[in-house]
Design a protein around this ligand. Structure first.
Ligand SMILES: *Cc1c(COP(=O)(O)O)cnc(C)c1O
Length: 387
């Protein structure tokens, strides 16, 4: 039997008593409902791509639905189908498709797909014919990010093809959308420029007879900062997980975000280092004085960025203590200080403590964004849903 499908095979994870990513559904509920209230009457599309930004897609989708999210958003059709298998029956949009991708499983399972080209529209048409169902399609426009979607110069042609498809009954255009490149910086004029291109394109689509139920442009940052860009729905990702999409954007909108993931581990060793002793690969840190080192059983294979060595901090009890030396594949060391009271088994919050460090603090320390801190947490780390 294939070990990956054998339900009796032990999971190749760290023992949950040793380390886990603790997921707090009440925090997700709080973040989502607070933002849903802020953006109403616009609706929330809860983005659970990349395994719910590392938090676990199925549990996050379930909580998001319970909190009232009428839509879910994912990147791939496979992610959408996994949500169906987990029991979700509501509207789901998938937006990233391969050039030869078969849309039939999506159409068969009532997953909305994205078309940013006439070719993708044809794929939806073919899938509709194959499963004798109407394909639900969102048209995507590139308003300036130059990542995906139809070029504005091709928009009229795409709309024309969409109208024809709708006439055949095989396709229903359920949405029109685009994505913002710079919304995390509210002062960036690129957002207004993109919004103007989008407004023109939506007007054109309506002018030729399309009548989609969902016009959507805003990500978390725009949902928080741009009431004028919320349209029918906001695609809410990072903020739902309790991480600010920019610099204090949630607080400025009157929203208190609660971290949904707390990465927890327990000290597996505690030892003394003398002044001058080198620590971890390459001895990039040497004890400046006699001190106590703690060993945390998580490493870069688990998504602890190697860049965190000698920069990021973790919480031990009511103290913040630094990571010292290089992060290894499976473990890293922290400086607990001289005469530390800590013992093997004591709990460490790597990040996600409300009082810090939060994923945002780790992002700052590692020169990245909170998105990367949580979504990188690997499959070896068990997820534990804590009530
Ligand atoms: C990931 C993603 C989002 C969510 O963005 P956040 O900044 O996490 O809110 C929204 N839309 C698209 C197209 C995305 O890829």
């Amino acid at each position: 039997m294939n070990p990956s499908t054998d339900p009796t095979a032990p999971a190749a994870t760290i023992d949950p008593a040793t380390a886990s990513a603790d997921i707090d559904p009440a925090a997700l509920w709080h973040n989502l409902t607070a933002i849903a209230e802020l953006v109403a009457p616009a609706r929330v599309m809860a983005v659970v791509k990349a395994d719910g930004y590392g938090h676990g897609a199925a549990v996050c989708a379930r909580v998001a639905r319970e909190a009232g999210a009428p839509w879910l958003g994912v990147a791939t059709i496979g992610e959408a189908l996994a949500l169906r298998r987990a029991g979700d029956t509501g509207p789901i949009l998938a937006w990233l498709h391969g050039p030869e991708e078969d849309f039939e499983p999506a159409v068969a399972d009532d997953v909305d797909v994205t078309a940013g080209s006439v070719d993708q529209l044809s794929s939806a048409l073919m899938a509709a014919a194959a499963c004798e169902k109407t394909a639900r399609v969102h048209l995507e426009l590139d308003t300036g990010m130059r990542r995906a979607g139809a070029d504005p110069g091709h928009w009229a042609q795409l709309c024309e093809a969409a109208v024809e498809c709708e006439r055949s009954g095989a396709v229903r255009i359920t949405g029109i959308w685009s994505h913002l490149a710079c919304a995390d910086d509210p002062a960036d004029p690129a957002t207004d420029a993109q919004a103007a291109v989008f407004a023109d394109a939506v007007a054109h689509a309506r002018g030729v007879g399309l009548d989609p139920e969902l016009i959507h442009l805003a990500n978390s940052a725009a949902a928080l900062t741009r009431p004028d860009l919320r349209h029918d729905a906001v695609r809410l990702g990072i903020a739902m997980y309790g991480i600010d999409p920019g610099d204090g954007l949630a607080a400025a909108a009157g929203i208190e975000l609660r971290p949904v993931m707390r990465l927890r581990a327990h000290l597996v060793a505690v030892r003394t280092a003398e002044a001058g002793d080198g620590v971890s690969y390459g001895f990039t840190w040497r004890a400046p004085r006699r001190t106590t080192l703690g060993l945390v059983p998580l490493g870069y294979a688990d998504g602890i960025l190697r860049a965190a060595g000698n920069t990021a901090q973790v919480r031990v009890g009511n103290r913040l203590v630094p990571i010292v030396g290089r992060v290894c594949m499976d473990q890293f060391m922290i400086d607990l200080g001289p005469d530390a009271p800590d013992a093997v088994g004591d709990e460490v919050t790597v990040f996600g403590a409300p009082a810090g460090p939060r994923a945002e603090d780790w992002a700052r320390a590692c020169g990245t964004i909170g998105y990367e801190i949580v979504s990188r947490i690997g499959s070896r780390v068990p997820r534990a849903v804590v009530e």
